[in-house]
Write a new protein. Structure first.
Length: 230
């Protein structure tokens, strides 16, 4: 890492499109992505395997932090997708369901788990720069970042997008359940005491409700060019 190494923080709630926008911006700049939510999801997957059937709040916090600290995980970009390997197993798709998302959100509220994952996240920052996608990228992990963007959209709009994605994949879903699941996750992520989901004081807020992927990507790229990071 050099003094000119830059980071673009993209924070916001579940389902707002951070992953899609991160990929689009990463492609334009040729920079890697930190999908920080995946680290909480991978921890949740490993916990559910090590403690089958056990509720998160019944497991000792130091054991949870220990799992987070010692994850044997690697990332590779392949065909516009981030391929994630845990202990030699491809878990790219295994971590993307609502059960793991909900467990990840519960685990992410535990300060010792967040602490255990902090340096691992910072280690993603390499020259010339990084796109960091998460909840606390601009507030906690990379407070020095010159570009901090907070994406937002209503729970209804985010649930509609998720519903369409699932439908396109031939997976049935119930829209009102999706809205409810997002609300529960937002509530937990925004109200935890450590690193709650909120815009950094110097973040630019983009409401994506009425915008296309291209419009949001163009807006992010225009902000990036204004502060001269690329
Ligand atoms: O972005 P995601 O849906 O994959 O994240 C899963 C959960 O992980 C989310 O509900 C909250 C948590 N998370 C977090 O607390 N901090 C981050 N930087 C990223 C995710």
């Amino acid at each position: 890492m050099t003094e000119t190494t830059q980071v673009i923080c993209l924070d916001g709630p579940s389902g707002v499109g951070k992953g899609t926008i991160s990929l689009a911006v990463a492609k334009k700049l040729g920079w890697p992505i930190l999908d920080s939510g995946s680290l909480y999801r991978i921890t949740a997957l490993k916990v559910s395997r090590d403690f089958p059937g056990q509720a998160i709040d019944s497991i000792d916090v130091s054991q949870l932090a220990d799992i987070a600290e010692n994850l044997s995980v690697s990332y590779a970009e392949k065909d516009d997708e981030l391929v994630i390997t845990l202990e030699k197993e491809d878990i790219t798709h295994l971590i993307r369901n609502e059960d793991i998302g909900s467990k990840a959100s519960q685990i992410a509220a535990i300060p010792a788990v967040r602490e255990a994952l902090l340096e691992r996240q910072r280690a993603f920052l390499v020259s010339p720069g990084l796109i960091a996608d998460g909840r606390d990228m601009g507030t906690v992990v990379f407070p020095q970042a010159k570009v901090k963007i907070y994406l937002t959209a209503s729970a209804e709009e985010r649930a509609q997008r998720r519903y369409k994605q699932l439908k396109d994949k031939g997976i049935g879903a119930n829209l009102s359940i999706l809205v409810e699941e997002l609300r529960i996750r937002d509530e937990r992520d925004m109200n935890r005491t450590t690193a709650p989901l909120k815009p950094a004081s110097d973040a630019i807020i983009i409401d994506t409700s009425e915008l296309s992927i291209k419009q949001v990507t163009d807006e992010v790229m225009s902000l990036v060019s204004k502060v001269n990071v690329a």
